[in-house]
Design a protein around this ligand. Structure first.
Ligand code: DC
Length: 228
């Protein structure tokens, strides 16, 4: 029997520190890193560019599904500085604007969009394994992952991290807006019908409220089963 590649699912709400931790764990273990949120963000970016907003009517929904079907998304570079190309053009920075974040939460609730993305995620990670980060990796995409981790943190701490991240990138945002948008995204991500955000069966829940990035990385690495 060929050995199964190591696959680590890292799920959790926005601002729990998933991305930074997942990237570092990937570097530490020398494994590929897959940011599934970037795939939903890519659909959202195309939808925003097409002039669509969060209030989608039937025609808007159909247009988003079409965009998802024809989407080409590819990743390149080291996990710490990964670039994302959308329809063959670098879109790394555009994917992280507040507008795209809100829209990603809307488009990711559309079942047809998820049905388009999930097989692609399985294809990208099944062969070589890796660290796969998202909301439904342990529950839906790879329920038999080697290790399932659910990272969480107090809402204000998560919003503060998002706020600081935006400031670092030179994006001016109001604290109240960042907090309100996060509550809205949390609500949408965890109450949607299809693949709502919740810890998978067998997932280890790690509360990062009082942990540094180094602490979180060490905790996740320590959880990886050692092969004899
Ligand atoms: O992790 P992120 O903030 O980049 O995710 C962007 C949006 O996509 C977020 O609203 C949740 C959604 N998402 C999802 O529904 N399923 C995933 N596997 C990853 C992200």
């Amino acid at each position: 029997m060929p050995e199964r590649p190591i696959l680590i699912a890292i799920d959790g709400p926005a601002g729990a520190g998933k991305s930074a931790a997942a990237r570092e764990v990937a570097v530490r273990l020398g494994l590929p890193y897959l940011d599934t949120g970037a795939m939903y963000r890519a659909v959202a970016l195309l939808a925003c560019r097409a002039g669509l907003g969060p209030e989608l009517d039937e025609a808007g929904r159909t247009a988003v599904i079409e965009l998802a079907r024809h989407l080409e998304v590819s990743f390149s570079g080291d996990p710490r500085a990964q670039r994302v190309a959308v329809n063959r053009r670098d879109a790394t920075d555009e994917l992280r604007t507040p507008e795209v974040s809100q829209m990603a939460s809307v488009v990711s609730a559309i079942p047809e969009v998820r049905r388009e993305m999930v097989p692609r995620q399985r294809e990208l990670a099944a062969r070589a394994g890796g660290i796969v980060e998202g909301r439904d990796i342990g529950t839906v995409v790879f329920p038999d992952a080697t290790l399932k981790v659910f990272l969480t943190a107090a809402p204000e701490v998560r919003a503060k991290r998002r706020f600081d991240e935006l400031a670092r990138r030179g994006v001016t945002a109001r604290w109240e807006d960042v907090l309100a948008e996060q509550y809205e995204r949390d609500r949408r991500d965890s109450t949607r019908q299809d693949s709502p955000l919740r810890p998978a069966e067998g997932a280890v829940v790690v509360d990062t409220t009082r942990l540094s990035l180094a602490d979180v990385v060490a905790a996740v690495v320590a959880l990886v089963p050692r092969t004899p």
